[in-house]
Design a protein around this ligand. Structure first.
Ligand code: B12
Length: 357
């Protein structure tokens, strides 16, 4: 039997040990972090990886190893939920590079040139397959449907692979190619952030990746400010904020940006503002429209109370409410007697341009 299939051959064992040791030589922290049992399991994994590779080479059938590479990657993602998918990808691809180097250097006398070439090629392809697997994730139907899917998917993939530069480039070249800001906000950034939330909820990504996606998206929104503030003024004023102890403020910030872009003067007050401060700000800035945002249902009560106080103190000011908390209610906004509710910022802008501006 060829060495390719003889995993008890001492030369095979030596190679497995070299790969195993090299892994720790390059990452000494890994050695300290593992106890004896975990190290033994890791050695068994190395043997397992080589045996799949060798079987694939023996049959000249790359699919055997590529199928295994994506299988082991998903298994590790499921086992190590504290690490994000792109970090596990780096661990695996580093491992394949080590395998490639050690086999090229130490298996020259025991394998044919043809076999060595296949090993090098199959490992290269396994690296590519593992890199691609990071973003090979099932998406929700709301993410998959609607305009600008390709841009949205590219943008999400850039966030999932931690590539802020690519994320910025995708959005800035979409804008250069004429995609309106409104669609960039609603169809790309909003839908992607909703999907990020879904992936976090399904435990596919870690919380740090969710925070990273938020901060990259916020920076990208800021990059539109020159353009947003350039629009001719309408002499209409919007005051906006997220209520209660709500920390989700990107949606209402987006809404405020779209109003500013539509020529309104906006006072965007951010998140978690005390009720009295909202009332005081309305007295000071005298807005034509107040937009209140709620994402987490527990803050709906605070929102209702604020709308009542605004109605009482400023009867002429129009009030709009929105945000995801309203999506799962029985048309709550109708019971509050506010002037407008819509699920998207864009719809409120269209209504306001007609009814107020
Ligand atoms: C980023 C994020 C955070 C960030 C927020 C940072 C920030 N600066 O905003 C941080 C890390 C703080 C956070 C914290 C939490 N989060 Co969070 N978060 C998200 C995430 C991934 C994206 C939110 C976002 O920016 N969306 C993009 C914006 C543009 O969309 P939007 O808010 O829907 O706004 C659009 C429309 O709704 C509309 N709109 C919004 N406001 C208004 C107002 C008016 C008047 C109108 C007309 C329209 C309108 O216009 C916008 C554009 O179209 C969502 C996922 C999701 N589905 O959104 C989870 C999500 C909202 N979070 C969730 C949870 C559970 C939490 C935490 C409890 C987690 C925790 N255990 O700590 C805390 C709660 C903190 C708090 N007290 O508020 C859950 C909520 C589940 C639920 N049903 O209640 C979600 C849905 C994730 C999930 N899928 O489970 N989160």
């Amino acid at each position: 039997m060829s060495l390719l299939m003889n995993y008890n051959d001492h030369r095979f064992v030596e190679i497995a040990q070299l790969i195993f040791q090299e892994q720790f030589r390059r990452d000494p922290k890994l050695y300290r972090e593992m106890d004896e049992r975990r190290r033994r399991l890791m050695y068994e994994d190395v043997v397992y990886n080589i045996s799949f590779l060798m079987t694939s080479v023996y049959f000249s059938d790359v699919k055997i190893f590529l199928g295994y590479a994506t299988w082991i990657y998903e298994l590790l993602c499921n086992l190590m939920k504290d690490l994000d998918r792109d970090r596990i990808m780096v661990q695996m691809t580093d491992h394949y590079r080590i395998m490639s180097e050690i086999l090229a250097g130490h298996a020259k006398d025991i394998l044919t040139r043809e076999e060595l070439e296949k090993i090098s090629l199959y490992l290269k392809l396994a690296i590519e397959a593992t890199e691609n697997a990071v973003t090979d994730i099932e998406h929700s139907s709301s993410f998959n449907n609607g305009d600008y899917f390709n841009l949205r998917k590219d943008y999400l993939d850039a966030l999932l692979t931690g590539d802020a530069r690519r994320a910025h480039n995708i959005i800035s070249s979409a804008r250069d190619q004429g995609v309106p800001i409104i669609n960039i906000y609603e169809d790309i950034l909003t839908k992607t952030m909703h999907e990020i939330g879904e992936l976090w909820h399904r435990n596919v990504i870690t919380v740090d990746k969710e925070h990273y996606a938020t901060s990259v998206t916020q920076t990208i929104m800021s990059s539109f400010y020159d353009e947003i503030f350039e629009s001719p003024r309408k002499n209409k004023t919007l005051l906006s904020c997220a209520v209660g102890s709500e920390l989700h403020e990107m949606g209402i910030r987006m809404l405020s940006d779209l109003f500013e872009h539509g020529g309104w003067d906006t006072y965007y007050l951010g998140a978690a503002l005390p009720e009295d401060s909202i009332l005081q700000a309305i007295g000071e800035y005298k807005p034509d429209l107040v937009a209140l945002s709620v994402t987490m249902p527990p803050y709906l009560g605070v929102c209702e109370k604020i709308t009542q106080r605004i109605r009482h103190d400023f009867p002429d000011v129009k009030i709009a409410v929105g945000g995801q908390a309203f999506n799962n209610t029985d048309r709550l906004w109708e019971k509050w007697g506010v002037d407008y509710h819509s699920p998207s910022a864009n719809e409120l802008l269209e209504w306001a341009q007609e009814a107020i501006g």
